[in-house]
Write a protein that binds this ligand. Structure first.
Ligand SMILES: [Zn+2]
Length: 347
């Protein structure tokens, strides 16, 4: 399904069958010589057919397309090696390029499995999660060339002059594209309207990606925007209001994690099983294994954030990380959590 949003800007809805995200928004900026495709969908037939049909409807030649990839997740990058025969030009951040190139390597998923052990993910569910992870099943396979972009780099196409905005959080190498004159923001999965972007620690434990995410919401709120074009679902007209909602959501989440840990030391899997999730299943046991995996990733991001704030600490037990409230957190009465988190720039 193609929608003409503004002059030379089109949206193709790429279906993501059997995925809670439902679809990806791919944006096409049609230029005189080259056309820029912002995010692609997964490397699977349903996505490829929708993309090819959409590009044909817009009248774009596959020989003249380049890609801008907001981040390394396969719902955004999966098709980059399947639409153009040899060495497509992919504009993205350095961490995204490294991630995209690594997704189809077994070593990448060995690391994911090791993280699964640290989370406390049950052994009988772990291999299923790794084998069926969309990043593993639908990764781009083929020759690729990357053109690395960093903060404030520019791209001109279709009469628009875009500026890259580095926005680590949803992933380490997430980039948004901003067009100051038209006040447009292509937000990838940094800001979504109807669902909350998943903030996960990914395969490295060293980055506090939730703190980065919160700071990069503040960075975006300084921009003058009239229309935000996100990677999934509805477009956004009031960016600042949505940012306030997203920050409030994560503050409540962090409070919830602290209150769960009042019951004693727990691993990320145990914490995630008690958090509130916007899902139709009544119990944690009914969650599909992959949804448990993503929930644990988000729990880990909150645990890392609270650990960096010294409100909790971790121990390693039976090859998994267990988290407990710190003395510092016990010094602060529960009524003061809000104060602590205010200092953490949630508001
Ligand atoms: Zn996405």
């Amino acid at each position: 399904m193609v929608e003409n949003i503004l002059e030379n800007i089109f949206k193709i809805e790429i279906p993501l069958p059997n995925n809670p995200l439902q679809a990806l928004n791919s944006y096409i900026i049609k230029g005189k010589d080259r056309t820029l495709v912002i995010d692609t969908g997964m490397n699977r037939e349903e996505c490829k057919t929708a993309m090819l049909d959409g590009l044909a409807e817009i009248g774009v030649s596959l020989k003249k397309i380049d890609f801008f990839i907001t981040h390394m997740h396969t719902d955004h990058c999966g098709l980059v090696a399947s639409l153009v025969k040899s060495f497509p030009m992919i504009y993205c951040s350095r961490p995204a390029a490294t991630g995209i190139a690594a997704l189809c390597r077994p070593e990448y998923w060995d690391k994911a499995k090791a993280i699964g052990h640290l989370i406390g993910f049950p052994e009988q569910e772990l291999q299923y999660a790794i084998d069926n992870h969309p990043g593993n099943k639908y990764c781009p396979r083929g020759k690729m060339s990357f053109n690395i972009l960093k903060d404030q780099d520019t791209l001109s196409v279709g009469g628009y002059n875009f500026t890259c905005i580095e926005t680590p959080g949803h992933t380490k190498g997430h980039l948004c594209l901003y067009e100051p004159k038209a006040k447009l923001l292509f937000s990838g999965d940094h800001i979504l309207a109807d669902i909350t972007p998943n903030i996960s620690l990914g395969l490295t434990y060293e980055n506090d990606l939730l703190l980065a995410y919160i700071n990069n919401l503040d960075k975006i709120s300084l921009l003058d925007t009239s229309l935000v074009l996100p990677g999934h679902r509805s477009l956004i007209t009031n960016c600042k209001a949505r940012i306030r909602e997203l920050k409030k959501h994560h503050k409540l989440r962090s409070d919830e994690v602290l209150s769960i840990l009042k019951n004693g030391s727990q691993n990320a899997y145990q914490v995630a099983s008690q958090m509130t999730w916007d899902m139709t299943f009544e119990t944690w046991e009914q969650f599909p294994v992959l949804q448990k995996w993503f929930a644990c990733g988000e729990a880990m991001a909150h645990l890392k954030y609270l650990e960096e704030k010294q409100l909790i600490y971790k121990d390693e037990k039976e090859k998994a990380y267990y988290y407990s409230l710190s003395e510092r957190s016990k010094d602060i009465a529960s009524c003061c959590w809000a104060v602590t988190l205010t200092q953490a720039k949630f508001f």
